[in-house]
Ligand binder design. Structure first.
Ligand code: NAD
Length: 355
């Protein structure tokens, strides 16, 4: 089959890691007989330098016409002096909004090969960890009305959700749970917040469509504690924009390395945006030391969620595991007795093990 992918390398290590993910996808195409057509577009700091804005219309149009978007990372010290709407990071919010991507999937996976990187005690974490956080991405307090009231020296942010916004992200949570261990935890603050009580009502309704999934609820403060106390109790967590933002960062730390974690942002259709959770790491850009695995695993998520190529997605994930099993490591996940490799070598090794 034929798939059109827009790559948006962005800034810093973005071009280094996207290049390796493209290499791996090309290898998948070769072995499984698919054609991936890549078009590269600018966003972030490099777009500011070239076009004077972080998200050019040309990039938006190309992404909308594509089958999916693979993004590196944006930002860096060169653009830190710029204000809110002019900053490189604005490109991310812009793209999510333009592509109507309302669900953000962030797997927090601790691979057994890297279990020493987990900051928790071995008796808590065991051999490995695999949690998926589904975060609502385009509503909630980050998008509600906000402002300052000069007359009483105050500021306000509004937490708003409607039933449709809640239902569509919960469905992504249930669907994801169906493909995993069939367990969904809806995280909220229903003892205080009216929006959380609405989330619970919609969750009970939606659960009727997914009788195989066991659903429970947890307050966000308890969840942040349980992620440290007993993270293995979780399979899929579904939650609001702000709670998901915070919990997914907390969960990612359980895996020890930021260079390993992928993400997907999905909407109603199959078009999605896939990116590593780390930033543009300007300190190591262009030095052939960045870990490309988070981006390669994001490409695997693209194969699974946007193209329904489960076998191919697993082939990429298995290739990553095999390379780690063989002891190859980039500098960020280095340990004793392993083989240090650079960005390009890591990409070559993974591409070479696609079966
Ligand atoms: P960062 O994730 O870029 O880097 C944090 C640390 O992790 C650095 O020491 C970096 O070298 C290391 N690191 C990150 N990715 C790595 C990889 N793949 N391999 C090896 N090491 C890696 O976060 P930061 O330093 O806070 O931000 C740098 C820039 O990135 C800022 O301009 C920030 O705004 C931007 N940023 C962008 C995104 C995004 O595009 N999604 C996300 C976060 C930060």
């Amino acid at each position: 089959m034929n798939f059109r992918i827009v790559t948006v390398p962005g800034d810093g290590i973005g071009p280094d890691i996207i290049r390796e993910a493209v290499k791996v996808l090309n290898k998948v195409g070769e072995i499984y007989n698919h054609k991936f057509e890549f078009t590269e577009k600018l966003a972030g700091g490099i777009a500011i330098d070239t076009y004077g804005c972080p998200l050019p219309q040309d990039t938006i149009d190309a992404c909308k016409k594509s089958d999916s978007v693979l993004l590196g990372a944006v930002g860096g010290p060169k653009w830190d002096h710029l204000g809110g709407n002019d900053r490189p990071e604005k490109a991310l919010l812009g793209l999510r909004g333009e592509l109507k991507l309302f669900a953000n999937l962030r797997p927090a996976v601790l691979h057994k090969q890297l279990k020493e990187a987990c900051p928790l005690k071995p008796e808590i974490i065991g051999d490995s960890l695999d949690i998926l956080i589904v975060r609502e991405l385009t509503s909630g307090i980050y998008f509600g009305k906000r402002g300052r009231v000069a007359s009483d020296n105050s500021a306000f942010d509004t937490l708003y959700y409607n039933v449709n916004e809640i239902k569509r992200v919960l469905k992504v949570g249930f669907e994801s749970a169906m493909k995993r261990k069939k367990k969904l935890t809806v995280v909220d603050k229903a003892n205080i917040l009216e929006t959380s009580r609405l989330w619970r009502e919609v969750a009970y309704q939606t659960a009727k469509e997914y009788s195989e999934v066991s659903m429970d609820f947890m307050y966000v403060d308890n969840c942040s504690m349980q992620l440290i106390r007993n993270p293995k109790q979780f399979d899929v967590i579904c939650t609001t924009n702000m709670f998901g933002d915070i919990l997914s960062d907390e969960a990612s730390m359980l895996t020890g390395s930021i260079g390993m974690l992928a993400s997907a942002s999905l909407g109603e259709g199959t078009l999605g945006m896939y990116e590593p959770i780390h930033g543009s790491a300007p300190d190591i850009a262009g030095k052939n030391i960045a870990n490309p695995i988070a981006t390669i695993l994001s490409a695997a998520m693209m194969l699974r969620y946007s193209f329904s190529l489960e076998k191919e997605a697993q082939a990429v994930e298995n290739a990553v595991m095999q390379v780690l099993d063989e002891g190859y490591r980039t500098a960020d996940i280095i340990g004793n007795g392993v083989n240090p490799v650079g960005t390009v070598e890591m990409g070559n090794l993974i591409a070479g093990r696609i079966k």
